[in-house]
Design a protein around this ligand. Structure first.
Ligand code: SF4
Length: 1434
């Protein structure tokens, strides 16, 4: 025979006639077992109980009890052991019980055949319809054998699970397939090919069916000439049924062999053209209000109509005793003018109580589909309330059901008490006492047996027990209601259920079509699922029977199993009860596809609590998940909470869970009593938002219905509908509204006739009265809140409390004003004197480091989280230690917000390149990564290393692995550790440069964190982005980070940080080396500045050590200031790394860990005093600094152009404006450097050096290659040094668009500004006079502006503080000359000063010195005096 294109000899039993006569009859289970045993592989059999043998006779089978989550065990086995082939022999009922485990990946990716024996009930077949697995149905023992073989062939071929159901039938004699042929057949068909396309799956299975026994997917069992009607059957195609159809004379019977995938086209093709009606018949022991099979056909309804069918009618076969009558009934119904849909023929085996029957009777016909399904998965179903419509407050509502549940609990408690008493007193027979004891212990029993035994007892105590005997059976309690309960969660009792923690289930059937937008009793509809998930501790599912029948069943089963409250929200949209199936199907599809009704299941105790079963999510749900992700990540980070996610049930954990639930509830939901209050914030930096949330929490704690949202989330037209609204706004730019308040403010400004007389309001503003020191700018202070207050009052809104002003300059900062104002708010809202809630302690950076497990945090989990391009706030801090900053594109932030998108997150990745030398191979790797993983450009940083920008989350790992593959890492490039050590570029002296370069590396490695987290997170294992040999590079790296954990006591391997301990440093720490007379690294600007002392033989004998330089400040915070390093003394070269270590350790132990704005070494030194600090270092060290050696520094800009070192090698310092290596039409520098690097690799020469002024040296060029390199440099305009001296002495930080802290442009603006100054400089004859000029987007000072002769530090968009008077050699700090000036003022201020300098300067006098000498600005001689003597007119 041909199977999948291969010739296979099945070697059937040849002596058919005589053998059949001798052979015993074979049942389906035996036939299946025969094929399964011959197929080999691992076998599993499920049984109803340990003692009850299965009907299957599998060899070496693992026996599992179906009810004990047997398929979870099997899934685990498949995952861990990965057998080539597995067989599971089970029953339809066991499969249904295990439905939640069947969509685990293990079943989708492994060759498994599940044989399931059915009873007369075929509903398990359709129950599994949405699992995406092939489903075969066989009728006879012969078919069971043959289809079993098809199942194995397909499972082996497509590497998936195949479900094979077989209906009960008489045992038969037939040809058993030879075992060897079975094996050969499976081996021949096995492949690793996945068949994704459903049509291809169908074709493959159809071809296998045909080849095994000429079977068809849809078999015509009875025939008639020119039939007009067809019955499409999923059930037993018995002989009597076939005869009955045949007897009808004008109908045919089509039986399903292949149920999944289903092909409507093939079903129709199987029908003679004369057929005009199709009766869909499903055999089920439950009454059906819903036909999955009908939905299968309607999924392709167009084909039905195109085919010309006039009717498609669904019918359910219960227990049919007379098929002739049944067939006549169903066909009669179909042929009637108005056929009844979902007619049940034959008795259904109802196993339900009166409550279920009553609920079904009351339920609308469509809605009762859900109750039937509940019943299908649960034979102990109790419906506690009368399920009905919109009414709230009668026996139908959930509170009634909840009361009934509590009553039942009380009764059960009484029963337990009575039974305990009876057992203790031994009033009954020994056997009954034993049974009752077992019930007490196990909670399960054969209640009927107990009751009959009790009745036979003589003792009178039996009467009370018998009265409560219904509670011997553990029932499954459900409350069923409609979506009307979603309008007021508090009154509807949904809240009671969710907060009760009781093991009680609620089914809410939502029948509102998507377009409907109604209110009930003035309440807007709430998202019950979101509410319950936010509350915590509750199982939640959102299902839709017309979208996924299987998922509904899964949700019901999971809700049943969940120990605690469960809510299943079920969608069934219809406009009127007469809506037909197709209309409901289409409406459901629309709602599910659009995300209006997402399908999901949420089980808080699972390691992966949320499972999305549809593809679209509405925004609120996505927000919840993002938030929940963060909670989960936080929980994972905290070992105590982490345990709650797995198993621990200690009180401690429960308390924490409850606290979390309460917090989520308080934060996220409306209060359920008290007047409403909306707290709206406008916030750029997060302070106003944080304060608004705090007000919201306190309001909730006082019983108000508080909602916190961004100002712009209130549409202007909705503002008048607010009752109480409180605004909190910070001040942006020049007294402007923050971004998320601008739209509402513009709306208010533009309104003419807004009526806010029904609105009560107040406003609190956050500002800094000193931020605009100039008198004319003073009105910017808290301008937005003042404007808003006035505007709201203008439109007639009433004051809850007067305007509140928070001023950073007050003794307690903004709290001074806030504390007064907020009491007025509570007074105004009538809740003064009530206690609020305790505010959670904010998480500090120290907490984060301590809890990070040596810098791991939840970075791994965050990288895997595909729901967002971001990582959690804590991980954002921790990834800095790994050289990574999370950023977002601020150019598109507003637009993305308007589009409902999260910010365009990406990451900056910084290399640790100690010494600043890059091989051409390393450069090429960075060039490649910038193109493939970054934004196409490379940044040379102010610390002489590479930075990639625009790396999106999923590119992070490949980018970092790529760098490591070229022997560059990113560990400690940022973070509270010693960062990259840089040194002078020194093109003219190779010997000295080699020594300081080596010293940089030694210091960097010596102070490198020892955590293994870096290797673990970024480098361990394989990655799809790796190139051949990549991992071998870092595994064999000599100078790379230590990757082995340390052996500690008890033979345990652990991370140990001998220098940093587990808190690392209080703040970042930077070290540089310079060689006089050059100061291209700004030796005074860093925590440690080393000035190399070189002898006559060009040997670096030691270093003068400076400590306590630092740049970062905060605008108008006089406690912060830039500082130039203080001289500690001289240290010999061989001990310099130890001296650096000791300085760092004194800072580790004495730095301020409570205030990050005061945590840098510069403040530690000033707080301790320079001498005391030096003494402390010497004590740590055990040695003393010698007196500093003489040195002279003459320049701190780069030496552009060609230089030749003492060995004859050539070096060229290229001018790369602000360090951005990119290709522009005018300057294709990136391409040029790439070609030079490629040439160097090819010819095996050369290197590159990076400078702290963000420029780039093409280095170590031998004579023989000089001309070629020069040619390339010329071609790509890399040889151009014909710039003004001002431009060549200028430097800017990155700022916009990527830096999250930028207040103003920098890198993109400084070149423009320089161009505007150059004309004037030319005019004054200053084109070649060097001036150091630096610009940063904020006062953090990344480009070291405070040491420049001219500096511009961003204050607001387009506005800068201008500073003058820095030392040309980087030896003296500058001082503020003008506050917050814009471009025209900058030009108007600088041009006359330059002119004066040109005219009045002394010989060789630098601009910075000049402005001091002529009294334009006072010198800043020490950092702590930076804020003194600022000109009054500034
Ligand atoms: S100085 Fe400020 S704006 Fe510039 S890169 Fe540093 S943090 Fe960003």
């Amino acid at each position: 025979m041909i199977i999948l294109g291969k010739e296979i000899d099945l070697n059937l039993f040849k002596e058919a006639g005589s053998a059949l006569n001798k052979a015993p009859a074979v049942s389906q289970a035996e036939a299946v077992s025969h094929v399964a045993n011959a197929a080999g592989g691992v076998n599993f059999t499920t049984q109803t109980a340990k003692a009850v043998e299965s009907a299957f006779a599998l060899t070496d089978t693992h026996k599992l009890v179906g009810a004990n989550d047997a398929f979870a065990v099997i899934a685990d086995y498949l995952t861990t052991e990965q057998p080539a082939l597995a067989t599971v022999a089970t029953t339809g009922a066991a499969l249904l019980q295990n439905l939640p485990f069947l969509n685990q990946t293990a079943f989708k990716n492994r060759s498994v055949v599940i044989h399931a024996q059915l009873t007369a009930d075929f509903s398990p077949v359709t129950s599994l319809r949405d699992l995406g697995l092939p489903i075969l149905v066989s009728q006879t023992a012969q078919e069971a054998q043959d289809l079993a073989l098809v199942a194995y062939a397909y499972a082996a071929h497509a590497q998936t699970t195949v479900l094979h159901f077989f209906a009960p039938s008489e045992a038969q004699k037939f040809n058993l397939i030879d075992s060897a042929a079975v094996q050969k057949f499976i081996q021949a068909t096995a492949s690793s090919e996945k068949i994704i396309d459903e049509d291809a799956q169908f074709d493959t299975l159809a071809s296998l069916l045909h080849n095994v026994g000429k079977y068809k997917p849809y078999e015509t069992v009875s025939t008639a000439k020119n039939p007009t009607d067809a019955i499409f059957l999923l059930g037993e195609a018995s002989e009597s049924l076939s005869k009955a159809v045949h007897a009808d004379g004008s109908s045919i019977l089509l039986s399903i062999r292949l149920y999944r995938p289903i092909s409507v086209a093939q079903v129709l093709a199987s029908l003679p053209l004369s057929v005009k009606t199709l009766t869909v018949v499903e055999q089920s022991s439950h009454t059906q209000q819903f036909s999955p099979l009908l939905l299968d056909l309607f999924a392709d309804s167009a084909k039905l109509f195109d085919r010309g069918l006039t009717k498609v009618v669904s019918t359910n076969f219960g227990v049919v005793s007379d098929h002739a009558v049944a067939v006549a009934t169903v066909l009669g119904n179909t042929r009637a003018e108005k056929p009844i849909q979902n007619l049940t023929v034959g008795a259904a085996e109802q196993v339900c109580g009166a409550d279920v029957a009553a609920a079904q009777a009351q339920a609308q016909t469509l809605e009762s589909a859900y109750i039937t399904m509940l019943q299908q998965v649960n034979d102990r179903l109790t419906i506690l309330n009368a399920q009905s419509s919109d009414s709230i407050g009668d026996a139908a509502n959930p509170e009634f059901g909840y009361g009934a549940f509590l009553n039942g609990e009380e009764q059960k408690k009484s029963l337990v008490g009575l039974v305990q008493e009876a057992v203790r007193a031994s009033v009954f027979s020994a056997s009954l006492t034993k049974r009752l004891s077992e019930w007490l212990v196990q909670g399960k029993t054969d209640s009927a047996a107990i009751i009959s035994a009790l009745e036979a007892e003589a003792d009178e105590s039996k009467t009370a027990i018998l009265a409560l005997s219904s509670h011997f059976t553990e029932s499954s309690s459900w409350i069923v209601g409609s979506d009307s309960w979603s309008y007021d969660l508090g009154s509807s009792g949904v809240h009671h259920l969710v907060s009760s923690g009781k093991n009680l289930n609620m089914l809410i059937i939502d029948s509102e079509p998507q377009a409907t937008d109604r209110k009930v009793n003035g309440f807007r509809k709430k998202d019950v699922g979101l509410y319950a998930m936010n509350f915590g501790g509750c199982y939640v599912a959102s299902v839709a029977v017309y979208a996924s029948y299987t998922q509904v069943l899964q949700a019901f089963i999971e809700a049943e199993k969940f120990e605690g409250p469960s809510i299943v929200m079920a969608y069934l949209p219809y406009h009127s009860e007469s809506d037909d199936t197709l209309a409901v199907l289409q409406e459901t599809k629309r709602a599910v596809d659009s995300g209006y009704w997402p399908l999901y299941r949420y089980s808080p105790n699972e390691t992966e609590p949320f499972k999305l079963d549809s593809s679209s999510l509405k925004k609120e749900l996505k927000d919840f998940l993002d938030r929940e992700n963060k909670l989960t990540l936080l929980a994972l980070k905290n070992p105590v909470l982490a345990r709650t996610l797995v198993a621990s049930q200690t009180n401690d954990v429960k308390e924490k869970q409850e606290a979390k639930a309460k917090e989520a509830y308080a934060q996220l939901l409306e209060g359920l009593s008290g007047p409403p209050v909306t707290v709206a914030f406008a916030s750029d930096g997060g302070n106003a938002e944080g304060l608004a949330k705090r007000i919201g929490r306190q309001a909730l704690g006082r019983g108000l219905k508080a909602t916190v949202l961004a100002m712009d989330d209130i549409p202007i037209e909705d503002l008048s509908a607010e009752e109480n609204v409180i605004f909190v706004t910070s001040t942006a730019g020049q007294g402007e509204f923050p971004q998320n308040g601008k739209t509402l403010w513009d709306g208010l400004k533009g309104s003419l006739d807004l009526d806010l007389t029904g609105v009560n309001f107040s406003v609190f503003g956050l500002g800094d009265s000193q931020y605009w020191p100039r008198k004319e700018d003073a009105h910017y202070y808290n301008k937005p809140c003042k404007d808003l207050f006035a505007k709201l009052a203008f439109f007639g809104a009433g004051e809850i409390a007067p305007l509140g002003l928070g001023d950073d300059q007050d003794a307690d900062g903004y709290s001074t004003g806030y504390n007064v104002w907020i009491e007025q708010i509570w007074e105004g809202l009538g809740v003064a004197g009530l206690a609020g809630v305790e505010e959670p302690k904010p998480l500090t950076n120290e907490d984060m480091k301590l809890g990070s497990d040596y810098l791991r945090g939840t970075i791994v989990e965050g990288l895997q989280d595909q729901s967002t391009g971001a990582i959690s706030a804590v991980d954002q801090q921790l990834t800095k230690f790994h050289g990574i900053y999370m950023q977002d594109d601020r150019d598109v932030r507003d637009q993305r917000k308007a589009d409902g998108l999260e910010p365009a997150y990406s990451f900056m990745v910084r290399v640790r390149l100690a010494g600043g030398v890059s091989t051409p191979q390393q450069y090429l790797k960075m060039d490649e990564l910038s193109n493939t993983r970054g934004n196409g450009t490379l940044k040379v940083t102010t610390r002489a290393t590479f930075q990639l920008h625009g790396v999106v989350k999923h590119d992070l790992k490949p980018a970092i692995r790529g760098m490591n593959a070229a022997l560059m890492d990113t560990l400690a490039a940022c973070g509270d550790v010693n960062r990259n050590v840089m040194c002078s570029a020194l093109p003219g002296n190779r010997k000295v440069h080699s020594q300081i370069n080596e010293a940089s590396k030694i210091i960097s490695e010596h102070l490198l964190p020892q955590t293994t987290a870096y290797h673990e997170i970024w480098l361990e294992g394989a990655d799809a982005g790796d190139k051949p040999g990549d991992s071998a590079v870092w595994e064999n790296r000599v100078e790379g980070p230590t990757k082995k954990k340390t052996l500690v006591a008890g033979n345990a391997l652990a991370d140990v940080e001998p220098m940093y301990k587990n808190l690392y440093l209080p703040r970042k720490f930077k070290i540089v080396i310079t060689v006089p007379p050059f100061n291209d690294v700004d030796v005074y600007a860093h925590d440690i500045g080393l000035i190399a002392i070189v002898n006559e033989s060009d040997v670096v004998i030691g270093y003068n050590v400076l400590a306590g330089g630092g740049m970062g400040t905060t605008h108008n915070n006089k406690k912060t200031y830039p500082r130039a390093g203080s001289m500690m003394g001289y240290c010999s070269a061989d001990k310099i790394h130890i001296a650096c270590e000791k300085i760092m350790l004194v800072q580790r132990d004495n730095g301020d860990r409570t205030n990050r704005k005061h945590a840098r070494l510069k403040y530690t030194i000033d707080d301790m005093g320079v001498e005391a600090f030096k003494t402390a270092v010497e004590e740590y060290w055990g040695e003393r600094f010698e007196a500093p050696r003489e040195f002279e520094i003459k320049s701190n800009i780069d030496y552009f152009g060609w230089a030749q070192d003492e060995t004859g090698l050539h070096h060229f310092t290229c001018f790369i404006e602000n360090g951005r290596i990119e290709d522009t039409p005018e300057l294709p520098q990136k391409q040029g450097l790439k070609e030079i690097a490629e040439y160097m690799v090819e010819k095996k020469f050369g290197n590159f050096r990076l400078t702290g002024n963000q420029h780039f040296l093409i280095s170590d060029i031998t004579d023989e290659h000089l001309d070629h390199v020069k040619g390339l440099m010329k071609k790509y305009k890399l040889d151009n040094t014909n710039f003004s001296a001002l431009r060549m002495g200028s430097s800017a930080c990155v700022a916009f668009p990527t830096c999250g802290l930028a207040m103003a442009e920098s890198e993109r603006y400084l070149p423009v500004l320089v161009s505007k100054l150059e004309g004037a400089l030319e005019e004054y004859g200053l084109r070649h006079d060097s001036v150091t000029m630096r610009m940063t987007g904020c006062p953090n000072g990344c480009a070291r502006p405070w040491l420049a002769e001219v500096a511009l530090v961003g204050k607001a968009f387009g506005a800068y503080n201008l500073l003058l008077g820095g030392g040309y050699h980087g030896q003296r700090l500058n001082k503020i000359y003008r506050y917050s000036i814009k471009e025209d003022e900058i030009l108007d201020t600088l041009k006359p000063l330059f002119k004066r300098w040109a005219l009045e300067r002394h010989e060789g006098e630098h601009f910075g010195d000049f402005v001091i000498r002529v009294g334009v600005i006072k010198p800043t001689l020490e950092g702590k005096y930076f804020h003194d003597d600022i000109p009054e007119e500034a």
